[in-house]
Design a protein around this ligand. Sequence first.
Ligand SMILES: Nc1ncnc2c1ncn2[C@@H]1O[C@H](COP(=O)(O)OP(=O)(O)OP(=O)(O)O)[C@@H](O)[C@H]1O
Length: 265
Amino acid sequence: MANHRPSPSKIELCQLTHLYLSDKASFLAVKEIDLRVAEGEFVCLVGPSGCGKTTLLSLIAGLERPSAGSIKIDGTTITGTSPRVGYMLQQDYLFGWRTIEQNVMLGLEIQGIRTKESEEYTLHLLEEMELADFRHSYPAQLSGGMRQRVALVRTLACKPEILLLDEPFSALDHQTKLKLEDLVVSTLRRQQKTAILVTHDLTEAVAMADRIFILAKNPGRIHKEFVVPEELRLALPFEARNHESFSALFHQVWKEMEAINHVHE
Ligand SMILES: Nc1ncnc2c1ncn2[C@@H]1O[C@H](COP(=O)(O)OP(=O)(O)OP(=O)(O)O)[C@@H](O)[C@H]1O
């Protein structure tokens, strides 16, 4: 398992370290993280609360500047936010006074790339997510799962090459979550996007990822890497859950998580 090193790297974290500084104190959130993600790869980050998962995504999104080390995208060090990177969060952050169509066009407007072509592409995404009939509705009229699909369309509308997903399914009911997992994986695979997903749900990580990284905390660092077997990677998440090798990998990941949680107790 340890020799799986995909290349070339779409994202490369090199000795990435981040210290949060305030007037009175400093806190080392992540320390010397080395991580490469290949183009088209789907990587999951799991680990105990406070191990720096969201910090890593904020750094890769360019929302925070690292204290040390570097982040490269396609070999070039990033210096701030970029339209090439889309970020989707647990909360959908839709604007209640805008229709669904107006919400999904928002990113295009902000980036100044709202054209007839990009509008058509976005409407096509709405159709793919089975939301076309709701384009003139308002967010309050939609279910949680539908709203997350709207948020996904808004993120994909700007054609990011990389998607950062911070627990995007955690507020959803189980059935909706399973359906959305399949939809996200099939869409990202078809569009050959590179994705990093943060989740607390180990079954979700095993079902969706190509590789899983367990982070440990104080300071946040990579504890262990798992390469998901090919038969699971080729399946969609729902189908992967029924696969024989699913429970074997789940138990390995679970055992490692138990071991580090034990250390932190
Ligand atoms: N702005 C900040 N200032 C100071 N400390 C921070 C700040 N943001 C995060 N931290 C600290 O950095 C550590 C990592 O936080 P982070 O949110 O990245 O962890 P996480 O693994 O995403 O946690 P969770 O699973 O609970 O969402 C935590 O101890 C947190 O308290």
